[in-house]
Write a protein that binds this ligand. Structure first.
Ligand SMILES: Nc1nc2c(ncn2[C@@H]2O[C@H](COP(=O)(O)OP(=O)(O)OP(=O)(O)O)[C@@H](O)[C@H]2O)c(=O)[nH]1
Ligand SMILES: [Mg+2]
Length: 171
């Protein structure tokens, strides 16, 4: 039977959430990107999500509604707006910058405490030199062996589709 699923795409600042949704969406993504006004160390990108991204993709029988969260902590209030009634979530981590793993761990704890839904962790930016493998990311996150951690390149459609297909299997 075909399903309509609400999937939240979350993760720390600059993990690749907006890219992930734009790569796979069948429709023009509704995004709320604004110029970055503060200097953030090591960051070369010019825009950041301030409210949400919305995209949609048909995957097999299912239609996935994808909601991307902002990554900056000052927009945390959006999570509680986006999370209700989600069927699952993808937690993206920049595997090329493990400085964000503490934040990723906190996000996982927060999401799973409030909403017991299936999720997958995506070790994103696998195309970058020195990116941590899923196994290395698992150790850094101290994640249980039963939690699915997949390699990901958010700019590649086949890669994004694989991550979403795994999540849909769990739902
Ligand atoms: N090499 C590489 N770069 C990526 C990948 N995914 C995202 N990026 C780049 O990483 C930067 C951040 O991507 P975004 O999609 O803006 O990340 P975000 O998580 O939406 O960021 P915020 O909304 O600001 O929290 C951009 O410069 C992307 O082009 C990837 O898989 N590989
Ligand atoms: Mg974004």
């Amino acid at each position: 039977m075909s399903r309509s699923l609400k999937i939240v795409v979350s993760g720390p600042f600059s993990a690749g959430k907006t890219r992930f949704i734009k790569t796979i969406s069948d429709i023009d993504v509704v995004s709320t990107e604004r110029k970055i006004t503060r200097r953030i160390e090591g960051i070369t990108k010019k825009t950041t999500t301030v409210a949400m991204d919305y995209g949609r993709v048909a995957l097999g029988e299912d239609v996935l509604h994808l909601y991307g969260t902002p990554g900056q902590a000052r927009f945390d209030f959006m999570w509680e707006i986006l999370a209700p009634e989600m069927d699952g979530f993808v937690l993206l981590v920049d595997a090329a910058d493990l400085n964000t793993v503490d934040e990723a761990r906190e996000l996982i704890a927060m999401f799973t405490a409030a909403h017991a839904v299936p999720y997958v962790i995506a070790a994103n930016k696998q195309d970058m030199e020195g990116a941590a493998s899923p196994a290395k990311l698992r150790r850094a996150l101290d994640a249980d062996p039963d939690i699915l951690i997949m390699p990901c390149v958010a700019s590649r459609k086949t890669s994004v589709r694989q991550v979403l297909a795994q999540l849909v299997e769990l739902i």
